[in-house]
Design a protein. Structure first.
Length: 192
């Protein structure tokens, strides 16, 4: 490769990576941390499920308090009553998730099954709309996997409610960890 091509590749990489190219080690360490948290989550799926539902409860309570405070400060607004009602609902839902974590996990797991199933059906419709294209098979395969995931989650419900949310969070942490690690390695190659 000529020096001009190398310079262009470095310019493109630094434009894509932005500020990340200046501190690649922080991305690498963050990636390693996420990978470790993901491995811990895989081995402790039930613990991660209960931690996630507790954090969700805290977020709901804080969101309800902030929404209520905003509604009380909004004099003359016609939606104050509705916002205060929603604020109370958020706070009640937050305390419900803390007081009854297992039913809350069951509800979230049922919701996840519905999301997988509905997105799979929508991808199936999209796949058949794109049949003239050669790549439509991948949409069809993706829709089949999503529908199957929804059915499998629903089939194992409510017993899967204790471990499935934790497992999905752990898998997401692993995927994010790998992404950050490789992004950091790519950014580090720019500094050489």
């Amino acid at each position: 490769m000529s020096d001009l091509q190398v310079a262009q590749i470095i310019a493109i990489r630094s434009a894509v990576l932005g500020q990340a190219a200046k501190k690649p080690n922080s991305l690498i360490w963050l990636g390693i941390l996420f990978l470790l948290l993901g491995v811990i989550g895989i081995s402790g799926q039930v613990m991660y499920s209960f931690i996630s539902i507790s954090v969700l409860g805290a977020f709901l309570i804080v969101a309800g308090i902030l929404q209520g405070a905003h509604a009380l400060k909004s004099n003359g607004w016609k939606g104050v009553g509705v916002q205060l009602f929603l604020s109370v609902l958020y706070i009640a839902a937050g305390f419900f998730t803390w007081a009854f974590p297992i039913p809350a996990l069951e509800g979230i797991t049922l919701w996840l099954a519905a999301i997988f199933f509905v997105t799979g059906v929508l991808r199936l419709v999209t796949a058949f709309q794109h049949r003239p294209f050669r790549e439509w098979f991948w949409l069809l395969l993706s829709s089949g996997v999503s529908i199957l995931m929804g059915i499998l989650i629903l089939n194992g419900w409510p017993a899967s409610s204790l471990w499935l949310p934790g497992l999905l969070i752990a898998v997401e942490l692993l995927l994010q960890g790998w992404s950050l690690l490789f992004l950091g390695i790519a950014a580090k190659s720019l500094t050489k």
